[in-house]
Design a protein around this ligand. Structure first.
Ligand SMILES: Cc1ncc(COP(=O)(O)O)c(C=O)c1O
Length: 453
């Protein structure tokens, strides 16, 4: 067989790939849920493991020829156990295809359809897969939309279609978890499952308090640590493993593997969750993904990973501090993690426009909702930024100060354009000499921190 050559075989795809590589090298990727996986991880993901079907679990497959796949899956499980200090009576599932299917598998394994689940309110930082539905403003009232959000008529996510989903909000005074209010709602609503974890909550969660609340009402407690899994693995954030009943996480954020998910739970629960993953939800596992995850977990077990995780947090805290010097309002006043949420209300230019202008300046971020959100999720009040990827590149506090300065310069440039239609706004951003000059400087900075592509 001729040596495979993507360029010759599919030049169209090859060109797109090269453009994406160039963009990743030349711009600052600052979306908190993203990271840059190592060459070894990417090699494993692109390997012949993708060719094998292996429905079932190690030593109990429905297909022949799975001896090496069994070894692979056992290796991934044992590395996950070591990294997350999983108690001896807990099990590990590495087959869920991603974070949302992992959460759904937990619900399907432990609950009956129609049971009540209680997660964090999405605009306050919760995730879609924690039961998101919404109601048009006309349907909202004090009963269903106070600290307790009783779910809306628009069942956006499958988890709100098949379960009765209610949500708790953060404290309006400080945007933090309010454990007393959460307990009150739990006592009143008696959910079967309580979920913590989110996409835009910059602070640590008290897992013991949440477990105590769940115990009081006889609910299972699921800690979804998708965002902070790498920080927890490194001991930089507190761990819910051994405290919550179930822990789920994606593998591709701070943990820096390829896309995938891991579920940890005490053995009795794990048996039910395993059955929900396969055959409940999925057929054959993505063995190439499990291979990449296995490599990434090994990397995370190295002492260097702890230093990396510490630097992620230091970088995020430096960014938050520097941005606040430029009068950017930081939600919760700072961060314990890898992400910073900026309330743009005082700036008058909101998430959608700021994010797009930043992209033209070479800084990739995302618009986001925030607590007490009054605007549409399509054009929300806040901007979410994160440091996992730029820390992988080797950037430190000095670079964070520079990035904050650039972000402020972009904001200064676009402040006068806040009333423009989006198309007019973007046209101006593309033509702006100041923004182009920043993009050039970003490229030069990125040149000094090359990616191992
Ligand atoms: C807290 C949380 N849970 C679950 C998920 C879902 O992960 P995926 O996008 O892999 O389905 C995410 C993704 O951002 C997340 O932030």
């Amino acid at each position: 067989m001729n040596k495979p050559n993507l360029q010759k075989q599919d030049s169209e795809l090859f060109d797109i790939l090269k453009s994406e590589e160039k963009k990743q090298q030349e711009k600052l990727s600052m979306i908190p849920s993203e990271n840059f996986a190592s060459k070894a991880v990417r090699e494993a993901v692109g390997s012949v493991f993708m060719n094998k079907y292996s429905e079932g679990y190690p030593d109990a497959r429905y297909y022949e020829g799975n001896y090496h796949i069994d070894e692979l899956e056992k290796l991934a499980i044992s590395r996950a156990k070591e990294l997350f200090k999983v108690p001896s009576d807990w099990g590990v599932n590495v087959q869920a295809l991603s974070g949302s299917p992992a959460n759904l598998a937990v619900y399907l394994g432990l609950l009956e359809p129609g049971d009540k689940i209680m997660g964090m309110y999405l605009p306050d930082g919760g995730h879609l897969s924690h039961g998101w539905s919404y109601s048009p403003k006309s349907e909202r009232n004090e009963e269903n939309d106070g600290f307790l959000y009783a779910g809306g008529s628009r069942k956006v996510n499958v988890t709100s279609k098949f379960f009765k989903a209610i949500q708790y909000k953060t404290n309006p005074d400080n945007q933090l978890f309010d454990y007393e209010e959460i307990e009150k709602i739990a006592l009143q609503e008696k959910p079967k499952l309580i979920i913590t974890g989110g996409t835009a909550y910059p602070r640590e969660i008290d897992y013991r308090k949440m477990k105590a609340i769940a115990d009081k009402v006889g609910a299972y407690y699921l800690a979804d640590i998708a965002h902070e899994a790498g920080l927890i693995a490194a001991g930089v954030n507190e761990s819910p493993v051994g405290i919550a009943d179930v822990v789920t996480f994606t593998t591709h954020k701070t943990l820096r593997c390829n896309r995938g998910a891991i579920i940890l739970a005490q053995n009795d629960l794990m048996k039910k969750i395993n059955r929900a993953v396969f055959p409940g939800l999925q057929g054959g596992p993505h063995n190439h993904s499990i291979a990449g995850i296995s490599v990434g977990l090994k990397e995370a077990l190295e002492p260097e990973f702890k230093r990396y995780a510490e630097q992620i947090v230091l970088n995020a805290q430096t960014l938050a501090q520097e941005l606040s010097l430029y009068d950017f309002e930081i939600v919760t006043g700072g961060t314990d993690k890898h992400l910073v949420l900026i309330n743009l209300t005082n700036k008058g230019v909101f998430g959608k426009k700021f994010a797009r202008a930043l992209d033209h300046a070479g800084i990739i971020t995302n618009m986001n909702t925030m607590p007490q959100e009054s605007r549409s999720p399509a054009d929300p009040s806040a901007l979410r930024i994160g440091t996992p990827w730029i820390t992988t590149r080797g950037m430190k506090e000095k670079e964070m100060k520079q990035i904050a300065e650039w972000m402020n310069q972009v904001m200064e440039e676009i402040t006068g354009w806040s009333e423009d239609d989006f198309e007019v706004f973007e046209e101006k951003a593309m033509k702006s000499e100041r923004i182009s000059a920043i993009a050039q400087s970003v490229m030069e900075l990125c040149d000094n921190f090359p990616l191992d592509i």
